[in-house]
Design a protein. Sequence first.
Length: 429
Amino acid sequence: MLQFLSITLFALFLTGCISGSPASDRENDLKDTQVFDAWVEFRNKGIETDEQRTEMIAFLERNYNPKALARRKTKRTFPGLFDDRDFPVRETYLEQVSQTGAIIKIVSRWLNGTSVLATSDQLQEIKTLECVQWVGDIHEHIKNRNHYSDPAYTQEIIDPGAYPRDFESYEAGFYGLSSPQIQQLNLHSVHEKGLTGKGVVIAILDTGFDLDHKAFNHTDKPVNVLKQWDLVNDDLNTKPEKTDPIGQHLHGTLVLGTITAYVPGDFVGSAYDASFILCKAEDVIEEYPLEERWFVTALEFAESNGADVITSSLVIYDHYNESQLNGETSVMSIGWNIATGNGVIGMQGGGNAGHDHNLYTTASGVSIATPLFAGGIACILQAHPEWSVEEIRKNLFRTGHYFREAGTWDTTFVQGYGIPDFLLMLSEN
């Protein structure tokens, strides 16, 4: 599984596809057979002439999400508005794979491939197809996910009695338990200017989300979810489902709550008027490389549906060596570089932690800092929608407390540029 990321900050811990195809129905036909999840990458997009390429670009410009297109026109750093990575995967290639008996699941334009559910013999047959570049990231399919819904399985992960509840020392006020982290970033002063993320779309890539929690259903400000996609189950529902492992929604709900929770006097998020695209791109049962490709497909989904900011508190790097952690090699890095090249502000954390208890608790680390910053950036974009990725990056760094004091970043890699002041980002521009 993509590891949960973990500045100790108070946070809200809430409980409670493209295709949307009935692939699960076909999976039942394979229930007594050993099957594998795998990735199939194609050799090309099947575009052979300049005329075909020109026609495809014109088609995309006519039919792309208007908000995403507007962002590309003003902030994209790649040449033109579209390129080969944006072209759809060739349908005839997918049909050839399907004819082997394999089940087509997640399809990615940016990676020019698809995840499949297939037997060993079917994977061997797919490898012989002329249109296929390679088949990899093979992982034995987890059939009985209900096994992981057994409370005994999650007892080691979720122990409610182990986490602190001493919130009495914190003043309530408007923000309630989130006051320390909101004030630390001077976001309360930004909110007082009417900048609360309104009109900005934030995509969250995480585990599932419990959208029934009261913090997302305040009568004045219910959460506005524009799109959602569960890439693990390949359906359009990121809420807890019967076949999901118990607790699979906890981390994602924590992250969403950090940004958009709205219960004045109890807990208020960093950009409570933003809109959201939610993607479940994490299988909490175990970790495997195929999840990286789900992650990139989720980035693609978010970008193409008009996301201004994408935040993720998930990482995977166990199968990379140190020299490959260079921001260019890993599959997730490749995806992030495409997304930011199209003008999306990307917030990616790194670290490890995550806990839960009924309604509110503490959580420590970048799992909280990352979405907290993403909410702050959404507020800034409300005031400066024209700011590019590089402008946001520059202003975020230069307002860090360490940089303001030392004139540089922390070369020991402990504090980085420091804690940013979001009001300062506004006042000096």
